[in-house]
Write a protein of this length. Structure first.
Length: 603
RNA sequence: GCUCCCGUAGCUCAAUGGACAGAGCGACAGCCUUCUAAGCUGUGGGUUGUGGGUUCGAAUCCCGCCGGGGGCGCCA
């Protein structure tokens, strides 16, 4: 927020270096890492080191010389506008901002920009974020939730940072798992489906687990049981064949059951406040993907071993690599049906050609790293230039204390179960902490708090880290959690409500009084937000926003506790602090919004 | 065998080339006749797995080793 001053000072330092025969090195600015006062800081170690390399050091050690330069630069700068004082310490040049001026500027910016505070300038670039890729004919579990909340937060951050953003979902509605459910439903359960959207989704999952059990080979079976299993498997294969051939009955059955899964998915996305722009289905890229395979064969990139083998691409060999890295990829089964990898080739093409995106981000767990490396390399070999604009954002998968989740074994923690449990726990907490809250408000508040806790527990861990899902940790309302941050907003709301003034109408923004350390820290945190947004967008890391929101909330809670606002003795101090509270609420709300979390009015 | 990810306080995690490595949980001690105690304040806790290297400066970058997890021809 002091960019102009910073640039002017930097220019003056360059002049100073030029005048004194000191090498010019790019200066890196950062906030002074001590609380109590704010300003910007840069060091001269790189400058001194460059000087030493040029043979002009006169034998002075780098740290000592850096300190010398810092002092000389300080003296050369003299008094600068907006800067109250400078100091040279340990090789760093620290420039302190004029307190009242800086405070006024930050608060004014936040209030003027409102819900856009922190947003970046338009970047003139279109980014597609693909996430929310659960398989249909299953139910949405906590691993899908991590994927979806991560993708949604990323999309919001990238969009807020100034990129045009398209949210894409890619449900897996195809494959052996889907056919397995279809077969078992048709054979044993047709017409018995529950009416409730979520019960029905979970019921499909149960059918899947049961069917897989029937169809998997086991030791110690009687010949009759073995024959039965083989008969079932033959039926399933026949169903897959019929699907592939476009059999009307099977296709109809498939569409109907798929829609049950989609209803559940849409309902959950609505609970999460996720609005997908583009839906891709695996089944829709099935045909186009086979055309790409034909082309790859025709051009000698792929090798067709049918009918005795599949269609493969020897990627390492084509790239001339000595060590095995990308391996050999199978891109078509020997029976001519497509695979997951096949379809990702066509999908990538569609994303760039039909939606004209400049960049394509895939939010998919890190077990699929090789898959995406292969897909992108094959696209490259095919001559698809935008392959280099594809990026797999890998995140660590979610497991349970008892081990990996397994839909086949029915060992999963479903999102809906966790959601219901969250609501119950919040309602219990409200009953205990805020018994006066009207009954009619409780459900809505509980949804926001419960979802806030869940979202924050996922987003406050860096995406590349595996995670063991512990419901008690995920639904904790104390400490470094979503509710902690929401509570800061609620406390700000409370003060502003009781103040009885309209913040927008009031423009007393005079911070020309002795600010406490808590006010200074709070203002410092608010001023960081725009830079945090940019960094999070560049690095694809929602964690940075999550960590920031917590730091901002901590600054607010400390301020709230120690600094009287409504009770301030001086009328002008009271007015200024109300502005500060209003801007803190705005900054907190904006940061939470990027995490797909909203704060209730009261809690 | 090849390859990717991880290793930081008792536990869960931050800090991705800069000043004293920070939070939460757990433990202990305080703070509600004052704007919401889902809060605040304080105490204790570390050879950043390990050995080298690069650098003025390394948890961070490079190489080796140890330990944990994932992936590697017709699953998604």
């Amino acid at each position: 927020m002091f960019e102009k001053e910073q640039q002017s000072i930097e220019a003056k330092i360059r002049d100073f270096c030029a005048a004194n025969d000191i090498p010019q090195v790019e200066l890196k600015w950062m906030p002074i890492p001590f609380s109590g006062e704010w300003g910007i800081s840069t060091s001269f170690f790189a400058t001194a080191a460059a000087e030493a390399k040029a043979g002009k050091s006169k034998g002075i050690p780098v740290p000592a010389r850096a300190q010398e330069i810092a002092e000389a630069a300080k003296n050369a700068l003299g008094l600068q506008p907006g800067i109250s004082r400078g100091e040279a310490v340990k090789g760093y040049l620290n420039l302190y901002f004029s307190t009242a001026e800086y405070a006024r500027r930050v608060v004014e910016t936040v209030l003027a920009d409102g819900e856009k505070f922190g947003a970046g300038h338009p970047k003139n670039e279109r980014v597609m974020v693909e996430y929310a890729q659960p398989n249909t004919h299953h139910s949405f579990h906590i691993g899908h939730y991590r994927n979806t909340i991560l993708g949604e937060a990323l999309a919001r951050i990238v969009e807020f940072a100034g990129f045009e953003t398209i949210r894409a979902s890619y449900p897996g509605d195809l494959g052996l798992g889907v056919i397995t459910v279809l077969w078992a439903y048709e054979k044993f359960y047709k017409g018995q489906e529950p009416a409730d959207i979520h019960e029905r989704g979970q019921w499909l999952l149960k059918i899947y687990a049961e069917a897989t059990n029937l169809l998997s080979e086991k030791e110690g079976k009687t010949p009759a049981e073995k024959a039965q299993r083989e008969a079932y498997d033959a039926e399933r294969r026949e169903m897959y064949r019929k699907w592939d051939a476009g059999d009307e009955y099977v296709r109809q059955l498939w569409l109907e059951t798929r829609e049950w899964s989609m209803q559940e998915l849409r309902d959950i996305l609505e609970m999460m406040d996720v609005k997908i722009d583009v839906w891709f289905f695996e089944s829709e890229v099935d045909e186009p993907s086979k055309k790409i395979v034909e082309e790859l064969i025709a051009r000698g990139i792929a090798e067709d071993e049918r009918p005795t083998g599949p269609v493969i691409v020897k990627i390492d060999e084509k790239l001339g690599l000595a060590k095995e890295k990308y391996r050999v990829a199978v891109i078509l089964r020997s029976d001519g049906t497509s695979l997951y990898l096949t379809k990702d080739l066509a999908l990538a093409e569609q994303k760039f050609d039909e939606y004209h995106v400049d960049r394509s981000v895939y939010v998919v767990d890190n077990r699929q790293s090789l898959h995406f490396q292969q897909a992108f390399k094959i696209l490259e070999l095919w001559g698809f230039k935008q392959a280099e604009k594809c990026y797999h954002l890998a995140y660590g998968f979610v497991s349970l204390p008892e081990g990996a989740m397994s839909a086949r074994r029915g060992r999963v923690v479903l999102f809906k179960e966790v959601y219901d449990e969250a609501i119950q726990r919040v309602l219990a907490t409200i009953a205990e902490k805020n018994p006066n809250m009207p009954e009619g408000e409780r459900r809505g508040v509980a949804q926001k708090i419960g979802m806030g806790a869940l979202a924050y527990s996922m987003l406050s861990v860096d995406n590349n880290k595996d995670m063991v899902f512990d419901i008690n940790e995920a639904l904790s309302f104390d400490g470094k959690t979503g509710p902690y941050i929401q509570n800061a907003v609620v406390r700000a709301n409370s003060i502003l409500r009781k103040s009885g003034i309209d913040i927008r109408a009031s423009n007393t923004r005079n911070f020309d009084y002795q600010l406490t350390n808590h006010e200074i820290e709070l203002i410092e945190q608010m001023s960081r937000f725009p830079a945090v947004v940019q960094q999070a967008a560049e690095e694809y890391r929602p964690l940075l926003v999550a960590a920031y929101a917590y730091d901002l909330a901590t600054a607010f809670h400390s301020f709230y506790h120690a600094v009287p606002v409504l009770q301030a003795d001086d009328e002008s101090v009271r007015a200024a602090r109300l502005q500060l509270v209003a801007s803190a609420r705005q900054a907190l709300t904006n940061a939470l919004r990027l995490l797909a979390v909203s704060a209730p009015e009261v809690m």
